[in-house]
Design a protein around this ligand. Sequence first.
Ligand SMILES: [Zn+2]
Length: 309
Amino acid sequence: METFDSKQILTLERTQEADQAAWPQSVEAPSAQYAAKWIDTHTHHYDLPTREERQACWQRAVDAGVTRMIQGGVDRQSIAPIARFCAEHPGSVSATIGLHPTEVFDNYEVELELMESILNCGLASVWPAVTDAPGGKAPDVRYVGIGEVGLDFYHDRRYEKEQVAAFRRQIEWAREYSLPLVLHIRSAFEEACKILKEEQDGCLRGVFHCFGGSVEQARRAIDLGFHLGIGGVLTFKNAHLAETVAEVDLQHIVLETDAPYLAPHPYRGQPNESRYIPLIGQKLADIKGCSVAHVAAVTTRNAMKLFGL
Ligand SMILES: [Zn+2]
């Protein structure tokens, strides 16, 4: 199966300036907006370089009714920007932590040790290791998931062994901390399912992020106890994903943008944002022949339950 996470071609530059930016005051969402009803279960808005851009992007999402945006961690460098974005918007921005399969290299064990100590002891204990601004105070982050983790054999399989080892270790974290897995699986569906089947003891849960597979693959993912993360690809012309999703009960689906990648129609090719989640929800409602409100209610409930929000 191919998933559509194009992280490897679109990894944003993280500037030193961004990492060293001053920690902002908390910004609360307008309380009226909390009545709205969408959750973006997978975004990377933390990569926006300035506080003003992050604030504007967050505000547009809140105005569109997106009340929660879960930021997908990918490596050591993503930890501080994610923590900063969570601190800017407590209650509406959440974090996951993990080593993305395309970030698994020879030194992967060192990277995993760092993340494990954050899970064990809190971010403050290792703060200087994840930021170029020593002396700054580490914000308190409650991680809601382990991710992005998984297997990616799309470009090469040089680190296949290491990817598998890193995946298994991070699956252990999910078990140990009772957190859902945010799975990035690309050109490795069979291999990933084999591992998940072996590891599944009834406690593992999570989401196949950016799911783009067949009906049969969807069934297998669901049988393994996982949700499907459905994003902007659903709105693309000729995407076979609509046929798959038509066969899947809404209770197994959560919505995501994977912003800034994979903007839905009619914004395809432009930077994606959490504010476009309702467009994905609308397409899902069209496929299912139900109301948008129903899609919002069910997918939001699924996400809240899955991520313990
Ligand atoms: Zn992602």
